[in-house]
Design a protein around this ligand. Structure first.
Ligand code: SAH
Length: 226
């Protein structure tokens, strides 16, 4: 009887869906590929990536590959999401700005790790569907806005962390300005060849840049008249 109670309690504590074991396998494989931060792997284990891609993509939802999400945009490869989240080095009290909401998956991954996620999407259709999806899935500390990420979100700045998930030719100065001293920004940068850049703003305001990894993201586009 006691064993039965324990089994039922465990089942209720860890909600399962048809993809649970695939999601666990994905998190394990990212661990083997070098993702060390347990909180990041736990986030990969808990966020239902299939709910962020069209139904037609469900068979590949837990493959380590980018997938189309409509309007020529993509949800990033899980390994790249994990690397960027690990590099962002977040704390529970952080307020984070994301550029490029897309499906909302990266924002959902961050949601459980920080206090608030502010995320900006240029495409009105994706901003609307992303916000709706995040709301339905209960990621209530993610705030989505339609707009041009080149401007950042001055009304909510400064941010502890900034993550850019579309590639600008150079990191926009506005985003560096909206970073707190001691803050960090992670972004794919470049046209053609792209590198993941980590920018640290020292407490004295000094900027330090590192290029970490070659990546491939959709370009960060300019908003019309924004
Ligand atoms: N983080 C997303 C993937 C992003 S794909 C996810 O987890 O699914 C890149 C997104 O950036 C696309 O949705 C694209 O429309 C958006 N984007 C491109 N240029 C932008 C800009 N200037 N401001 C805000 N979003 C932009």
């Amino acid at each position: 009887m006691r064993a039965l109670v324990l089994v039922i309690t465990a089942a209720l504590a860890a909600p399962r869906d048809p993809f649970t074991s695939q999601r666990e396998a994905l998190a394990d494989s990212l661990g083997q590929r070098g993702i060390r931060d347990k909180r990041v792997l736990d986030a990969i284990r808990s966020v239902p990536r299939h709910a962020f891609v069209p139904q037609t993509q469900h068979p590949w939802a837990y493959s380590d590959t980018p997938l189309p999400i409509g309007l020529g945009q993509t949800i990033s490869q899980p390994f790249v999401v994990a690397v960027m989240t690990e590099l962002l080095d977040v704390r529970g009290h952080h307020r984070v700005l994301e550029i490029g909401t897309g499906s909302g998956y990266q924002a959902a991954i961050l949601s459980g790790l920080v206090k608030e996620v502010f995320t900006i999407e240029l495409e009105p259709e994706l901003a609307r569907s992303g916000a709706e999806r995040l709301r339905l899935l209960g990621y209530s500390n993610v705030i989505v806005k339609q707009g041009d990420g080149y401007r950042g979100w001055p009304e909510q700045s400064p941010f502890d962390r900034v993550i850019v998930t579309a590639a600008p030719p150079e990191v926009p100065q506005s985003l560096i300005d909206q970073l707190k001293p001691g803050g960090r920004l992670v972004a794919p940068v470049g046209r053609g060849e792209q590198w993941l850049q980590v920018i640290d703003k020292g407490h004295d305001g000094k900027i330090k840049r590192q290029s970490v990894l070659p990546v491939r993201f959709v370009p960060m586009r300019r908003g019309k008249g924004q």
